[in-house]
Design a protein around this ligand. Structure first.
Ligand code: 13P
Length: 247
């Protein structure tokens, strides 16, 4: 299977930057074997639709509300994202769990909202540094996974993507080693298999760059990467996508 490379712009970027990114990816199109997805801020959806149609690159959002519509000022729904042509949404990113107080239960509701609209949720899981230091990584990941598995039917689990993003590795330049990430990914796949779930792809996120992507993707259970900071440099991100497809 082709590795999946997802760019998470977070609250960054501009229309000129999106044009540059699409151009940089286009210029190296023949060298990129990975599947590329852009998770963009909502103001850029319309431009993404115009620039990316028939490019082979798909795009999505970084969050949706759990409901289709209503009096929720400032929110966007999966219905709106789908209507704009988006195919994916990040769900439960650690920044939203921290700044928007998203609970495991709310994350599970948003996963259902994505599936209902035909969007692929990219469900983010990950432990704090204290959790890891106290040997609680698996306990935290299992709790986050269980909340999703308790609402999604086993045969539907293949329609999700998970992203393991250790919080201590996000934006710090301190990525998990390929072996550390592999151990968690393997655990997640094992857990889903023993519960009779069809296994979805699992991405690794946290300080991924052009230089370390191949080592991470060489691991048997790392199916792709979720890239924050390094997706903001068009040439650098294009190089990362090229490297991701080699190996
Ligand atoms: P960085 O790649 O900047 O560490 O961010 C990772 C991330 O949070 C992607 O969702």
């Amino acid at each position: 299977m082709r590795p999946l490379v997802v760019a998470n712009w977070k609250m960054n970027g501009s229309e000129p930057m999106l044009r540059s990114l699409v151009q940089a990816l286009g210029e190296r199109q023949n060298e990129i074997a990975a599947e590329v997805v852009l998770a963009l801020p909502a103001p850029f959806f319309s431009l993404a639709r115009a620039l990316l149609h028939s490019s082979g690159i798909t795009w999505g959002g970084q969050n949706i509300h759990s409901l289709k519509e209503g009096a929720f000022t400032g929110e966007i729904s999966g219905k709106m994202l789908t209507e704009m042509g988006g195919r994916w949404s990040l769900i439960g990113h650690s920044e939203r769990r921290a700044f928007a107080a998203e609970t495991d239960e709310l994350v599970a509701d948003k996963v259902l909202a994505c599936l209902d609209m035909g969007l692929t949720p990219i469900v983010c899981l990950g432990e704090h540094l204290e959790d890891r230091e106290q040997g609680k990584t698996i306990q935290v990941i299992d709790r986050q996974l269980q909340a999703v598995m308790s609402v999604v039917r086993p045969e539907e689990m293949k329609n999700l993507v998970f992203a393991y993003e250790p919080i201590w590795a996000i934006g710090t330049g301190q990525e998990a080693t390929p072996e550390m990430a592999q151990a968690v990914h393997h655990h997640l796949k094992d857990k889903m298999a023993t519960k009779g779930s069809n296994c979805p792809s699992i991405l690794y996120g946290g300080s991924v760059k052009a230089e370390n992507v191949s080592g991470l993707l060489a691991m048997p259970d790392i199916d792709g990467v979720l890239v924050g900071g390094a997706s903001l440099d068009p040439e650098g991100f294009a190089a990362l996508c090229v490297n991701a497809g080699q190996g």
